[in-house]
Design a protein around this ligand. Sequence first.
Ligand SMILES: [Zn+2]
Length: 150
Amino acid sequence: MRPSTADGAAGAGGSILEETIERAVEFHGHLGPFLVLGVRMGLFARRELDSAPGEMEAAVKTGAVPSLSCLLDGIQVSAGCTLGRGNISVEPPGIAEAEFSASGRRVTIRARAEVVGEIKSWRERYASLEEAARKISKRSDEELFELSWL
Ligand SMILES: [Zn+2]
């Protein structure tokens, strides 16, 4: 099992995190912080539920309005929960939160309010959205998310 910090997942070239971000950018069309947050959320959920890609179901609460909904594409790529497979649903409240389930276990992963605030006001700290995305991708799961078991 991989360690839960970004350090462990983001080693030199070819780490799972870097590869997954690359695939997500290809799928989604650009690199942004909510996309990266979705990638990290899906990888975190897979680790917590000890689940292979495509074995989980996800109920994502972002709604369908970008840029928050960019998170959905990160989850589709990293968790293997996709519209085509029918194992992802999108719910309207418009928050950076998703509930994942596999083998009878359910967990809610919520982006911390300060992380969402930082992304929404990215211009205060970063020169570009890409820079914000890269910085955020390197943080630990604990810095990014709150987790609760259901
Ligand atoms: Zn986007």
